[in-house]
Design a protein around this ligand. Structure first.
Ligand code: 13P
Length: 264
């Protein structure tokens, strides 16, 4: 029986756009999608702005009854208290966040996030009703050694330790090979499929086939409107986590409407 997974296009703004720029970017994105009569139930569209933009985005989305959803780029593993500079899952839930990225390679690399911390953050996100977008993927050395599949699967297994199957069923996993992030060097559709397919297989082993078939696995790394359709044509790729190209609302709207490139 074929499982239908609603594709997700998520824009990770990283440390770009202040709250005023966030408002105009989300407005332009929503207008572009409205002009194109975008069906949000066919392709879900999300933005992950910096923390300081979230309240403005929430007000705009609520006020204009926009169908796009939003989330944060990180959260604290802690509930509350003396953790200067941290943002809790409860705070994000209160701001209406649907998603939170966890374990992005830039957090792993520049903020020394370990697999244990990523696992704790995944569990904290679920505890607050947020959907983690768990980011995994290998660096160039690992890719050159041909170890991308076992390396990435180890990250997935570590991040999902002690996460019950009913929560795993709701997670989104983004395969982002580090060598393809912000470099213009996009993985080939076959590269993306190899690892995304392996992630789905390991979900079947960790949980069961139904869970594995339902989880959305995204690809991320230099996705643009010109390459998204080929990547989305792969059977185990259910969307994209888009960095640079998501800062341009028209371009991101085109990415979300990748099917119109296929059928046009
Ligand atoms: O890191 C990414 C999304 O999380 C990918 O970034 P780019 O699309 O800029 O390569």
């Amino acid at each position: 029986m074929a499982t239908t997974r609603t594709p997700l296009m998520a824009g990770n703004w990283k440390m770009n756009l202040d709250h005023q720029q966030a408002i105009s970017t989300v407005q332009k994105l929503a207008w572009s999608l409205k002009d194109a009569k975008h069906d949000y139930s066919a392709v879900e569209v999300a933005v992950l702005p910096p923390f300081t933009d979230l309240r403005s985005v929430q007000t705009l989305v609520d006020g204009d009854k926009l169908e796009l959803v939003y989330g944060a780029q990180d959260l604290s593993r802690h509930e509350s208290g003396a953790y200067t500079g941290e943002i809790s899952g409860a705070m994000l839930a209160k701001l209406g966040c649907t998603y939170v990225a966890v374990g992005h390679s830039e957090r792993r690399e520049y903020h020394a996030e370990t697999d244990d911390l990523v696992n704790a953050k995944v569990r904290t996100a679920f505890a607050h009703g947020l959907t983690p977008i768990l980011c995994v993927g290998e660096g160039l050395d690992v890719r050159k050694a041909g170890d991308q599949v076992p390396y990435t699967l180890r990250q997935v297994e570590a991040a999902l330790a002690d996460v019950p199957p009913e929560q795993v069923a709701k997670i989104v996993i983004a395969y982002e090979p580090v060598w393809a992030i912000g470099t213009g060097e996009v993985a080939t559709p076959e590269d993306a499929q190899e690892v995304c397919g392996a992630i789905r297989r390991v979900l079947g082993e960790l949980c069961d086939q139904t869970v594995a078939e339902g989880v959305r696995v995204l690809y991320g790394g230099s996705v643009k409107s010109g390459n998204v359709a080929q990547i989305m044509a792969q059977p185990d790729v259910d969307g994209a986590l888009v960095g640079g190209a998501s800062l341009d609302p028209e371009e991101f709207a085109k990415i979300a409407r990748y099917q119109s490139h296929v059928t046009a």
